[in-house]
Write a protein that binds this ligand. Structure first.
Ligand code: CP
Ligand code: NVA
Length: 303
């Protein structure tokens, strides 16, 4: 049976650890020039309705490294722009492709494509979730710390799609997650409640970002206005200012805290240059590991 990755909850705890170990092995093999898995007959489509640097390029390179082919499409170039249904599109693409990565607005779009596909569908970001980002971030943390035991993560800023995927990760793995957002910008209550009913017992919501980072090993942030929220960007700049990840906030965290950002960053807004380029930052290792993790993900999903 085909598997999809629409949210982290599509994976069991064991599957997450399997993928993290596979990513580690394949990253080492690639770096050491060892024999690599061969998926030379495989073709993966990328259907992207929003811009992307990391997700698009890392998925394209991932499939090339596996010996396969990638086809990039925007809905504009397809008959979706002339009202062909998502269901019909999914059925047709399933006859040509071996997998489909989708970046779009509504999460219902990836659900509908997955429901009507006979090939694996991977969520490359929706308004609600960004599972590939957070899974590869867990891979980065596993590399840095050796394991994911007793992990303590802080999320500071907007309770957005990436925050939701961190909550789902905590729901599966049970690590401690402090979330600090301005009033009105908290993550979706239903996603938090669902996580707390699973392994996410240690999810804490705190208004003061200094409290969130006080005992954290990792501080995570992201843009204050996500793709699709451009019209709110100016208003959000004022509201989110106390949630900036800057040198002052870092004084309240352990001195060796890791700073993560999925990128792209708006330097001077959610994160300052000194922090982004400073000794605590691991943002570019994170970006690189999108590639290594997604090679493992494709290898597993394509079978
Ligand atoms: N982090 C991330 O998904 O980056 P892109 O928007 O560049 O793909
Ligand atoms: N929250 C951001 C993440 C970008 C990778 C957005 O959705 O625009």
């Amino acid at each position: 049976m085909k598997r999809d990755l629409l949210t982290i909850l599509d994976l069991s705890r064991d599957e997450i650890f399997y993928l993290l170990e596979l990513a580690k092995t394949l990253k080492r093999k690639w770096k050491e020039g060892e024999k690599f898995p061969d998926y030379s007959k495989k073709t993966v489509g990328l259907l992207f309705e929003k811009p992307s640097t990391r997700t698009r390029i890392s998925f394209e390179v991932a499939i090339y490294r596996l010996g396969g082919h990638a086809i990039y499409m925007t809905p504009r170039d397809t008959q979706l722009s002339r009202d062909e249904t998502l269901a019909d599109t999914a059925k047709v693409l399933s006859r040509y492709l071996d997998g489909l990565v989708v970046r779009t607005f509504g999460h219902n779009v990836v659900e509908e494509l997955a429901h009507n596909s006979t090939i694996p569908v991977i969520n490359g970001l929706t308004d609600t979730f960004h599972p590939c980002q957070v899974l590869s971030d867990l891979f980065t943390l596993m590399e840095k710390r050796g394991n994911l035991e007793n992990l303590k993560v802080a999320w500071v800023g907007d309770g957005n799609n990436v925050a939701h995927s961190w909550i789902n990760a905590a729901a599966r793995l049970g690590f401690t997650l402090w979330i600090s957002c301005p009033e009105g910008y908290w993550p979706d209550e239903k996603i938090i409640e669902n996580a707390r009913n699973l392994e996410g017992k240690n999810i804490f919501l705190v208004s003061d970002p200094r409290e969130a980072v006080a005992d954290a090993e990792v501080i995570n942030t992201d843009v204050w206005a996500s793709m699709g929220q451009e019209a709110e960007a100016e208003k959000r700049k004022e509201i989110f200012r106390p949630y900036q990840v800057n040198g002052e906030l870092l004084k309240h965290a352990p001195s060796d805290v890791y700073v993560m950002h999925c990128l792209p960053a708006h330097r001077g807004e959610e994160i300052t240059d000194d922090v982004m380029d400073g000794a605590n930052s691991i943002v570019f290792d994170q970006a690189e590991n999108r590639l290594h993790f997604q090679i493992a993900l494709l290898a597993w999903l394509l079978g």
